[in-house]
Design a protein around this ligand. Structure first.
Ligand code: URA
Length: 248
């Protein structure tokens, strides 16, 4: 692929902006152990595999498609047009927000949403098929939430969460596929559906209340302890393969 096309594909601006960055000597290329080399020829053909761009002094590993995780902090909204708090997208660097998707500067998209006060694991991608499959109810991707409750969780409440509770917008009951009590007011709840405010509404339906909610696992991928709130990182090939795998 030509350097100019590579830069554009990674979200560094319009084709004109990318050509300008290259001409001004602001783009270097390297990969493996080689040291960065400034390249002012946008037509230079490069092998994308293992390529690292250095744009205005900042390294950017080439990714044909973007797959990433974020540790969502509290008091940010998952919407692109937030109403009260800042958007999760404001925590991502510009190239990820501006990657072209089928010719439009669409950027990556959050896969599912967390409430503004919920923290934890949030995935993003620009791969429409992957987003669709991950969000599809048919795929039954499990999500594990650490739930802190206002009142101690009784055995009866725990049993009802597993048996299924009816929420106000649908007569079909929703159930947790697992419900592990960790302390009087602390549960790990595993869900395979993703209805609006599902955890909070399920706990309310059994007569309790969620005071704090944190998602720490999606499928086989756990939120790493070293990823601080507000930080993001690329998914590893192993994490991506496990999310793509059939047995989630
Ligand atoms: N269930 C909720 O109630 N809130 C979330 O953010 C996620 C799941």
């Amino acid at each position: 692929m030509r350097l100019a096309d590579i830069l554009y594909s990674q979200g560094f601006g319009t084709r004109r902006v990318c050509a300008g960055l290259i001409q001004q000597g602001l783009v270097a290329v390297h990969g493996g152990a080689a040291s960065p080399e400034i390249c002012t020829d946008g037509g230079r053909e490069l092998v994308e595999d293992g390529l690292v761009l250095r744009v205005q002094g900042v390294d950017w590993p080439f990714h044909a498609k973007a797959y990433l995780m974020m540790h969502k902090p509290p008091l940010v909204e998952c919407s692109r047009r937030p109403t009260i708090y800042p958007s999760v997208y404001s925590l991502l660097p510009q190239p990820l927000r501006e990657r072209p998707v089928r010719g439009a500067t669409q950027g990556v998209q959050a896969i599912g949403r967390l409430d503004q006060d919920t923290t934890g694991l949030l995935l993003f991608s620009d791969d429409g098929q992957f987003i669709h499959r991950m969000a599809s109810p048919k795929k039954h991707v499990s999500k594990v939430y650490r739930v802190y409750t206002k009142h101690p969780v009784s055995e009866e409440q725990q049993a009802r969460l597993l048996e299924g509770v009816v929420l106000d917008d649908d007569p079909a009951p929703v159930r947790a596929s697992d419900c592990a009590r960790l302390a009087d007011c602390e549960l790990d709840l595993t869900l395979t559906q993703g209805r609006y405010h599902q955890v909070k509404r399920m706990l309310a339906a059994v007569g309790n209340r969620v005071v704090r909610l944190h998602r720490w696992r999606i499928g086989g991928v756990e939120l790493p302890t070293e990823l601080a709130p507000g930080q993001w990182r690329w998914l590893t090939p192993q994490e991506l393969a496990s999310l793509r795998g059939a047995s989630l």
